[in-house]
Design a protein around this ligand. Structure first.
Ligand code: NDP
Length: 503
């Protein structure tokens, strides 16, 4: 809020008398005809119908805050990235934590992965991280990314979430004229490489108590690079200093009705109280030589690097300490791109990591060759040359060039990866091994029973053969899981028929 009362103007800045008036023709103050010449009226109505920006297809509903990133360790052995070097150095941060499937305005206490989109404002440009609250993903072939997301969203005919569609592709909707509709997306029983992520989703990690109590993970493998061209492979982790805590299905369901913005309120109030949530930023570090010999494909996003093999090394600390001044301006409009990387951080040959959108709204002052275009609101670089290799105003370059053209350094290691070919990856028994390790983690945590309850709660409305397909998939992790799921479905008398759902 500004101190002085601002002067009201039209959108181009011209002062105007009274924002509540409209021009009319005629003498009567009530019956006069409205005039199209009334710029204020037209502008006001036109702006109202345009004041939303298109909703994100995924990650539409979010909570966000400002904060700072502080270097807590000497990381010079790993990277030359300026924001990661110099103990005590601080950089401004914006963090946006989202659910994935549900629309903007939906209840926040739902079972879902949380997206973790973060912008670190460094003296070498912005560093964007686009992480998730679980360490693995449902697919490793990016071509399947739209499908997995659609299967977690709404059935295209019924416009409801649909557990049958989530688990399996079937003919499940009869149209009034008797035709059956094939949903355009389907998923997990047919794409079993996702079993590891699926198990995390149905564990307590899929339903966090608050967003202060989640971890986040790069999932993807990055490179940390140095100016001499050397590099290491890394997976990043943000570990909550508040501890990780889940919520029961009953509590979540109640809150979804009583306080659907529970996570927003919790985060806002904690920051207002001065209880600033913080996370320890860590990396698992692997050399190129280790990568070549490692039993797991380090570019497979359905796999973790077990802690025992590659322990977490702390690098820094993230603290959230300021609520948004305006949600739309600060959080809703924020755009993040995994391709935005500072020198010292580089992509790896991870197939699902290909840089995506580069929003024009994110243009920075020194990207001098890019001119004009939509949303050019900051600077258009005056009369700086708009062509390369100008002798009138030469530009300087930093660092050694990586193969991706950025100043990230990082000797290439692509010869190890091999030639480019097109294929869909096969599902093998290996895909079930880490899921099995996770089942043991759940045993230690005393969470196996609630995991089964969570799966049953979702699976109970799916068709019988879809339920069977899911049980067959869980059998490959451990037959005991399928047995417990079957018992759960029987208890709820929830074994369905194979008839198309009439809902
Ligand atoms: P460890 O056996 O060394 O440790 C288990 C890890 O599992 C913990 O560090 C913790 O990750 C996570 N975890 C602990 N309790 C729970 C729980 N109740 N629900 C969900 N996650 C929990 O791990 P490994 O590295 O040998 O991996 C074993 C399994 O643990 C993996 O297959 C994976 O499913 C899961 N895991 C592994 C991670 C990794 O990066 N290696 C990260 C997260 C989960 P955290 O400290 O990150 O909270």
């Amino acid at each position: 809020m500004t101190a002085e009362a601002p002067i009201y103007t039209l959108s181009e800045g011209c002062p105007y008398a009274d924002p509540s008036t409209a021009q009319r023709f005629g003498n009567s103050p009530v019956k006069g005809l409205m005039l199209l010449q009334d710029t204020q009226l037209i502008e006001t109505l036109a702006h109202f119908s345009r004041e939303r920006i298109p909703e994100r297809t995924v990650h539409a509903a979010a909570v966000g805050a400002w904060g700072e990133f502080e270097v807590t360790h000497d990381n010079s052995r790993l990277t030359s990235a300026s924001f990661l070097n110099g103990i005590g150095k601080k950089s401004k941060v914006l963090l946006r934590i989202s659910t994935v499937g549900p629309e903007r305005g939906s209840a926040e206490t739902v079972r879902d992965v949380r997206g973790w989109a973060m912008k670190i404002f460094t003296e070498e440009g912005n560093q964007d991280f686009v992480f998730n609250s679980i360490p693995v993903f449902f697919v490793r072939d990016p071509i399947k990314f739209p499908s997995v997301n659609r299967s977690h969203k709404r059935n295209p005919a019924k416009n409801t979430a649909d557990s049958t569609m989530f688990w399996e592709q079937v003919l499940n909707v009869t149209l009034p004229d008797g035709r059956w509709l094939i949903p355009s997306s389907s998923f997990h029983n047919n794409n079993q490489e996702g079993i590891h992520a699926l198990m995390l989703l149905f564990s307590s990690r899929g339903l966090p108590s608050s967003l202060r109590q989640i971890n986040s993970y790069s999932g993807h493998t990055y490179k940390l690079t140095k100016e001499d061209g050397s590099f290491v492979y890394v997976k990043f982790h943000f570990k909550s200093n508040q501890g990780v805590q889940g919520m029961s299905l009953e509590q979540a369901t109640k809150l979804a009705g009583e306080e659907p913005e529970h996570h927003t309120i919790d985060m806002w109030n904690a920051i207002e109280r001065g209880e600033y949530p913080s996370w320890t930023f860590c990396a698992q570090v692997m050399t190129a030589d280790q990568a070549e010999k490692y039993r797991w494909n380090i570019f497979d996003m359905t796999k973790v690097w077990p802690h025992a093999d590659f322990p977490l090394q702390p690098l820094g600390k993230l603290t959230l300490n300021r609520n948004p001044e305006n949600y739309f301006a600060d959080i809703e409009q924020a755009a993040f791109s995994p391709s935005t990387m500072v020198p010292g951080i580089a992509p790896s040959a991870d197939p699902s990591e290909s840089p995506s959108l580069r929003p024009s709204a994110g243009l920075l002052p020194r990207a001098y060759a890019d001119r004009d275009g939509a949303m050019r609101y900051m600077t258009n670089y005056g009369d700086d040359p708009n062509y390369v290799r100008s002798s009138l105003r030469p530009v300087t370059f930093r660092g050694s060039l990586g193969a991706n053209g950025s100043a990230n350094g990082g000797r290439e290691h692509e010869d190890w990866v091999g030639k480019v070919t097109a294929y869909a990856s096969e599902v093998t028994d290996d895909d079930f091994e880490q899921a099995r390790a996770f089942w043991k983690v759940l045993q230690t945590a005393g969470e196996q029973e609630s995991f089964v309850d969570n799966v049953v709660a979702h699976l109970k409305s799916a068709m019988a053969r879809v339920q069977q397909g899911a049980m067959d998939m869980f059998s490959r992790v451990d037959p005991a899981i399928a047995k417990a799921i079957k018992a759960g479905l029987d208890k709820h008398s929830a074994i369905q028929t194979d008839q198309p759902s009439k809902k």
